[in-house]
Design a protein around this ligand. Sequence first.
Ligand code: ZN
Length: 343
Amino acid sequence: MKTAYVTDARFAGHTLADHPEHAGRLAAVEERLTADGLRERLLPVDVAPATEDDLLAVHDPGHLKRLSRVAEIGTPTMFGPDTYVLPDSYAIAVLAAGAVLRVVDAVMGRQATNGLAAVRPPGHHATRDEAMGFCLLNNVAIAARYAQRQYGVRRVLIVDYDVHHGNGTQDIFYSDPSVYYISTHQSPLYPGTGDIREIGAGRGERLTLNIPLAPGTGDAGFFDVFNQVVIPAAERFKPALILVSAGFDAHWADPLANLRLTLSGYDRLTRSLYALAGRVCKGRIICVLEGGYNLQVLSHGWANVARALTGDPTAVDPVGPAREISRPVDALIARLKQLHQLS
Ligand SMILES: [Zn+2]
């Protein structure tokens, strides 16, 4: 069993001082993997940019044009209040999207069982035609479409445990029966989407599963939701590939949100998805980095993902437990089961 790993020093070229989504995030991740001796356990994969066809399978041509124009003009530009695009950002985003595709190649081509992609900028807020929430191109969506087009994968499951709702991923696959999008996220919180009643449309009905969690939910609530809703719903779908939008901002020490998950809690979620992949799709699971703005949490969280995917039973949690007690999720689970016809 091998675990493919991709990252690239060039992602550091997309960074803005004093912005939470900066190059120091991946630097912290790399430092941690090296310090913990995890790099040598992973199969390194070379990066190549995504092709225009790969991008156009998800994004509108106008969107790509607006991003690439920033390079032509040569002036840093804000897309909305919080998303910066520098002259080099589009090329770097194309590289980040391409990096995830190389992990798809490794897994679908059987050089590896599973994989991780430590990429920036993140992707899950990027819609077909809009850059937002620090995201320019939707890396996970591009990877899902690529797996379908290149390898004939019929059903792709995307699980998003970033604290924010992945509105972009939801939008892209909202009426698509071949991609199941499941998201746990804090509500209310940016971007304001992900209501429990958003369940998909047309042939994609009940193939969008939104789990809006109240601030303070914590580990116990997360486990209940995963065990009683996420995992049974995912098993019913019978995916041939699982992609994880892995964001670490649901941790209690993250500055942007308040869901009170711990590093040990995150590790349990990852391991339940890893076990699910073992049961339903020959272990094919690929974790793609999204948010996470406390660097200690982010780096240890990512290192724990690397341990889980390489079959190492240990998990490291130097940040410790949240002080507050978890909030119950029983009523939410009952409603989700009813809405999604889960017994
Ligand atoms: Zn996030």
